[in-house]
Design a protein around this ligand. Sequence first.
Ligand SMILES: C[S@@+](CC[C@H](N)C(=O)[O-])C[C@H]1O[C@@H](n2cnc3c(N)ncnc32)[C@H](O)[C@@H]1O
Length: 253
Amino acid sequence: MAKKLLIKKERKVDAEGRKVLVSKFEKHLVDNDKDFSSQFGLIRKTDFKKDSIKVGKEEFFILEPSFIDYYKRLKRLAQIITLKDIGAIITSTGITKDSVVMDAGTGSAGLACFLAKVAKKVISYDINAEHQKTAKKNISELGIKNIEVKKGDIFDEKKIKEKNIDVFILDVAEPWKAVNTAEKVLKKGGFLVSYNPNINQVERFVKALTDNFLFEKAIEVIEREWTVKDRILRPRMKDLGHTGFLTFARKLK
Ligand SMILES: C[S@@+](CC[C@H](N)C(=O)[O-])C[C@H]1O[C@@H](n2cnc3c(N)ncnc32)[C@H](O)[C@@H]1O
């Protein structure tokens, strides 16, 4: 369903010589065809045509949502690859509109959906039918047509028939079990990427790479958001957590 993005900046007033916060930043993805009831009052759907609307003392800016606004609302199963890590996968492997990419497991299709916006086609395997249901719903909500969701065990290379894949991305707990599959499906020069939270998984994966692969790098992408507010200028106290390691290998022959 078509949506609008409503954004309200935080509002401060001058009181006793200092700025006092009276209302916080808000962001809402709302249906085009329904009035929106904000805590400050009703915003009618007929007002969505405007650039902004005043509700009491507050002003809501009305924007067309972009892909990322929809993406952030996807239903998530246990864990999806974070945006910073997706960025590193795309840029390190040079995925473009000509690339055919495969990933496993699909999970909520967080990674697959983002890849689909960049690549020509994404083939996404998962062993779990329930996860596939959520993934398909997410893919359909984003209106994405170039993902093929397939059911299968990625460790069983005999059952995986794809060939000539440009980039194969693993987000499974035991990626070393999928090295044989990677050898089979990747084109010569293709990239194998594994995303794992623990360094002992990385070690085992790298050890499992055959001579047909060049191990390129294992990295951790650290994103530190900073608070830039009045005199507070420092890294944010929260969100400094670890996500995962990315391991990159390239098929040589
Ligand atoms: C952490 S989730 C993947 C999340 C996904 N990358 C995302 O961004 O939404 C791991 C998925 O791998 C699937 N999986 C585990 N072992 C598998 C296997 N051998 N073959 C295919 N899928 C597998 C699980 O069912 C689960 O859905």
